[in-house]
Design a binder for this molecule. Structure first.
Ligand SMILES: Nc1nc2c(c(=O)[nH]1)N[C@H]1C(S)=C(S)[C@@H](COP(=O)(O)O)O[C@H]1N2
Ligand SMILES: [Mo]
Length: 213
């Protein structure tokens, strides 16, 4: 236990020794902003969140309704393909698995993949099993505060690494769409925005799956 303030390099070494820093990554204490295109405006009166595709009933929640869905908190490390990692980030929001467990989304047996649909047509694809993990969340809050506009306010997906949970898949952070407006459940996989631009379809941080061959 450190009993004094330690610097970034020391914290990075600690993480590495704990096996929490994937190959080719370094620790940042900042929170870089990365996305393609402008930051969209948010209007709580017209915003809605949809789920459609391979589910029993398509659904739409207004912002007011979305805030009443069951909420969860998760702390995890996030890993950006541009080689920064951030440790112990705490996110609060809605778990897709929980929505399914509570019957708010009823999957068809054919559902195997999920496409995140964001403002301005940005998309990101993941296997259903990853979306149902503890390490995937539809987040409204970061470290106790509402998301800032540039980090995805009012809603974004996040996916990361929960220390000790080697049983879970950990994709790079690009698989978390900011300004998220809906989830499409799919029988077949389809590449999202960055995946079409040449990034790896799975993007596993431990296997350094950065670019597709
Ligand atoms: N809507 C949207 N979401 C996005 C992106 C984007 O271009 N548009 N970029 C992704 C990429 S490449 C990364 S690394 C993360 C960065 O999240 P941050 O800006 O909060 O660090 O957002 C992801 N989500
Ligand atoms: Mo990225």
């Amino acid at each position: 236990m450190p009993d004094r303030v330690i610097g970034r390099r020391e914290r990075e070494q600690l993480l590495r020794r704990e096996g929490r820093l994937p190959p080719g990554q370094s620790l940042t204490e900042k929170f870089p902003v990365l996305h393609y295109g402008p930051v969209p405006p948010f209007d709580p009166e017209t915003w809605d969140f949809g789920v459609w595709g391979e589910i029993e009933q398509e659904q739409r929640w207004t912002w007011e309704e979305f805030l009443k869905l069951p909420r969860t908190r998760v702390t995890m490390d996030i890993h950006c393909v541009t080689r920064w990692s951030k440790a112990d980030t705490t996110w609060e929001g809605v778990s897709v698995r929980r929505l399914i467990e509570e019957g708010l989304i009823k999957l068809k047996p054919s559902a195997r993949f999920v496409m995140q649909h964001c403002e301005y047509g940005f998309t990101a694809n993941l296997p259903l099993e990853v979306v149902l993990q503890d390490s995937f969340l539809l987040a409204t809050h970061f470290n106790g505060q509402p998301l800032t506009p540039e980090h995805g306010y009012p809603l974004r997906a996040v996916v990361g690494y929960i220390p000790g949970r080697e049983d879970l898949k950990t994709p790079y952070f690009w698989k978390g769409g900011k300004w998220l407006r809906g989830l499409e459940f799919m029988a077949q996989d389809r590449p999202g925005f960055w995946e079409q631009a040449g990034y790896h379809n799975e993007g596993d941080v431990w296997k350094e799956q950065r670019l597709a061959r």
